[in-house]
Write a protein that binds this ligand. Structure first.
Ligand code: NOJ
Length: 532
C-alpha cells in the first residue's frame, strides 16, 4: 500500500520545460519566463499539474544554464525575478506546481565563489572546490577530455566533471553545504514546490574507489539539504544513476528525509548501443525494465518516475518507435505504456505532439557543448562523415530545438531567428497541424492525462502483468478497491491477443475503429479498458 505522502505525490503529472526553447515572448530568439507564462493556459488544457523548469538562474550559458553564476537571480535573457514570481503565482492560481532545477554539484567558473577561490590558497572560498597540485586521478569529463584543468592564477588543477567552465563544488567543506542550504531556503520562501536535483549522486566523491559519485557522505549531504524542510510537502527528485533498489531506498525512503524519488535510468539506453550509436531493439526490452521497477517500487512503497524523454537524450520515439508512417501510433503507444503505470509521469516538452529527431548536414547547426566537444573527438577517431552521423543520432540538441507551435516562420516560437535551428521536421510536426489532424497526439495525451487523473486504479492500483516475456506486447491490469483497468500495448508487429475473458469498456485507444478485447492488435496499438 502507498503511504499518505506518496498518495499525494502520485497525483502529480509533471511537464518539463527547457526554457531556452519553449516560447520567446520578447523577440530575441531565446525562450523566456514570460514565454512560459503565455503558455500556461496551453499547459492547463493539456492537464498537467506541475512544471519542472530547467535552470534559469544567472549563467554564462556554456551548458545552457547548468553552469550557474548566481543562484539567487534569473539570467538576463530569461527575464527577471519579478517574472519568476509572477510565473509561480500564475501557475499556483491554476493549481500547477513549480519545480526548479537545482544544480548543487558544480558552479560556473564565473561564479563569485570560484573567482575568489582561484585567487589564493588561504581565503574564505579557497576550499569551495577541489584543488590539487597535479591531477589527482585519471577521471574524464562527461563532455570529453580530462576532468582536471590547470589554473595559472592559483598554479593548481581543479576538478570539472562536465565542461571546463563547470567547476565541481567541494561538499566536504561545511561552508559549501551551508551555502546550498541557503539557496534551497531562498527558493522555497519564494514559493516553489520542489526541486529536480542535477547529478545529485556526485556531490560526495568516492576518491578511494575512483568514482566521482556515490561517495561516503552522499546521504548526509542530501539530508542536510532537504531534511530541515517539510519533506512530506516539498517534492524532490534526484537525477541519480542508482542501479539497484537498495540504493533507491537509501535515497527515497520516507523516514530518511532525503528525496521524494529518483529518476531511474535503466531504460534510457533502449534502442541504442551507447548514446551516439544506434541498436536494433524492441519495445520488449523497455517493457521488461518497467515491469522490474514497478514490482520493486511497489514492494518497497516507493514512487517510480515514469519518463521516456528529457533534455539530455535523443527522442525515444525515434530510437524505439516508428517516427515516420506510424509516428502517431508510436507516440501514443509509448505514452500509454509509461503513463498508465504507478509512479509520477514526466512529459518532456514536445512529446505531446510526437516530436521526432532532427537531421542536419553540418556541425554548424549544432549548439550543445557536449556535441561540439565529442564531434572533434569522433572526427579524429572515425572521420567527419561518421562523426556527424553519430552526432545527428545522439545529440542533446535533438531535444532542444524550439518547440514547434506552428509551421510558420520560426515555428511560432519567436519573431526573430532562434538561438538554435528549428527541428528539421517542424513543417510536418507542429502543434497547429497536430490539432487539426484526425490523429492528434496532443488530443491523445490530453485524454490519457484526464483518464489518469480520474482513475484511482491507474493512480494507486496494484499491478499485475498478463503478457509473457516472449510476447510482442505488454498487457497488464491495475486494480484498486475491487475495480480493474486493463492496458494493452502491442509492439512493432501485429499480435493476436487473447486475454482471460473479461468484459471491458474501451476507455482510450489509438486506433479509432477498435472495439473488442480479444482480437488482432495492429502495430503500436494501445488500448485501455475499464470495468463495465
Ligand atoms: C545533467 C543535466 O541534465 C545536463 O543537461 C547537464 O549538462 C549536466 N547534468 C551537468 O549539469
Amino acid at each position: 500500500m502507498l503511504s499518505e505522502k506518496y498518495k499525494q505525490f502520485a497525483q502529480m503529472i509533471v511537464y518539463q520545460i527547457y526554457p531556452r526553447s519553449f516560447n520567446d515572448s520578447n523577440g530575441d530568439g531565446i525562450g523566456d519566463i514570460r514565454g512560459i507564462i503565455e503558455k500556461l493556459e496551453y499547459l492547463n488544457e493539456l492537464g498537467i499539474n506541475a512544471i519542472w523548469i530547467c535552470p534559469c538562474y544567472k549563467s554564462p550559458n556554456d551548458d545552457n544554464g547548468y553552469d550557474i553564476s548566481d543562484y539567487y537571480d534569473i539570467m538576463d535573457e530569461f527575464g527577471t525575478l519579478d517574472d519568476i514570481k509572477e510565473l509561480i503565482s500564475e501557475a499556483h492560481r491554476r493549481e500547477i506546481k513549480i519545480i526548479m532545477d537545482l544544480v548543487p554539484n558544480h558552479t560556473s567558473t564565473q561564479h563569485k565563489w570560484f573567482i575568489e577561490s582561484k585567487k589564493s590558497k588561504d581565503n574564505y572560498y579557497s576550499d569551495f572546490y577541489y584543488w590539487f597540485d597535479e591531477p589527482a586521478n585519471d577521471w574524464k569529463s562527461e563532455f570529453g577530455g580530462s576532468a582536471w584543468e590547470y589554473c595559472a592564477e592559483r598554479n593548481q588543477y581543479y576538478l570539472h566533471s562536465y565542461a571546463v567552465s563547470q567547476a565541481d563544488l567541494n561538499w566536504d567543506n561545511p561552508k559549501v553545504v551551508e551555502e546550498m542550504q541557503k539557496v534551497v531556503d531562498y527558493w522555497t520562501a519564494l514559493g516553489v514546490d520542489g526541486f529536480r536535483c542535477d547529478v545529485i549522486d556526485q556531490i560526495s566523491k568516492d576518491f578511494e574507489n575512483g568514482r566521482n559519485c556515490f561517495g561516503p557522505n552522499l546521504h548526509k549531504y542530501i539530508n542536510a539539504l532537504f531534511g530541515r524542510h517539510e519533506t512530506e510537502k516539498l517534492f524532490t527528485v534526484g537525477e541519480c544513476w542508482a542501479e539497484d533498489i537498495e540504493e533507491f531506498c537509501r535515497h527515497a525512503k520516507e523516514e530518511r528525509k532525503e528525496l521524494t524519488t529518483l529518476f531511474q535510468f535503466d531504460h534510457i539506453d533502449c534502442g541504442r548501443e551507447s548514446k551516439f550509436v544506434p541498436k536494433n531493439d524492441s519495445l520488449k526490452s523497455v517493457r521488461d525494465i518497467l515491469i522490474k521497477w514497478q514490482k520493486l517500487c511497489y514492494d518497497n512503497d516507493l514512487l517510480y518516475t515514469l519518463f521516456s524523454d528529457n533534455h539530455d537524450h535523443s527522442p525515444f520515439i525515434s530510437r524505439i518507435g516508428n517516427d515516420r508512417e506510424l509516428r502517431y501510433e508510436s507516440a501514443c503507444l509509448i505514452a500509454t505504456m509509461f503513463y498508465t503505470l504507478r509512479g509520477i509521469p514526466f512529459i518532456y516538452q514536445g512529446q505531446e505532439i510526437g516530436t521526432a529527431s532532427s537531421h542536419y548536414d553540418s556541425i554548424d547547426h549544432f549548439r550543445d557543448v557536449e556535441s561540439l566537444n565529442l564531434y572533434k573527438i569522433f572526427s579524429e577517431q572515425y572521420g567527419e562523415e561518421k562523426a556527424l552521423e553519430m552526432i545527428n543520432f545522439g545529440s542533446r540538441d535533438n531535444e532542444r530545438h524550439p518547440f514547434s507551435w506552428n509551421g510558420g516562420k520560426y515555428a511560432g516560437f519567436s519573431t526573430a531567428e532562434p538561438w538554435i535551428p528549428l527541428n528539421s521536421r517542424f513543417n510536418e510536426i507542429n502543434l497547429e497541424r497536430d490539432m487539426l489532424s484526425q490523429k492528434s497526439v496532443f488530443k491523445y495525451y490530453k485524454d490519457l492525462i484526464a483518464l489518469r487523473k480520474n482513475s484511482p486504479e491507474i493512480l494507486f492500483g496494484d499491478f499485475e502483468v498478463l503478457s509473457k516475456p516472449q510476447d510482442n506486447y505488454f498487457a497488464f491490469t491495475r486494480t484498486y478497491e475491487g475495480k480493474t483497468v486493463t492496458v494493452i500495448c502491442n509492439f512493432e508487429r501485429p499480435s493476436q491477443i487473447a486475454l482471460p475473458s473479461r468484459e471491458g469498456k474501451l476507455l482510450l485507444g489509438n486506433y479509432s475503429d477498435r472495439k473488442g478485447f480479444s482480437e488482432l492488435f495492429r502495430p503500436y496499438e494501445a488500448a485501455v479498458y475499464g470495468d463495465i
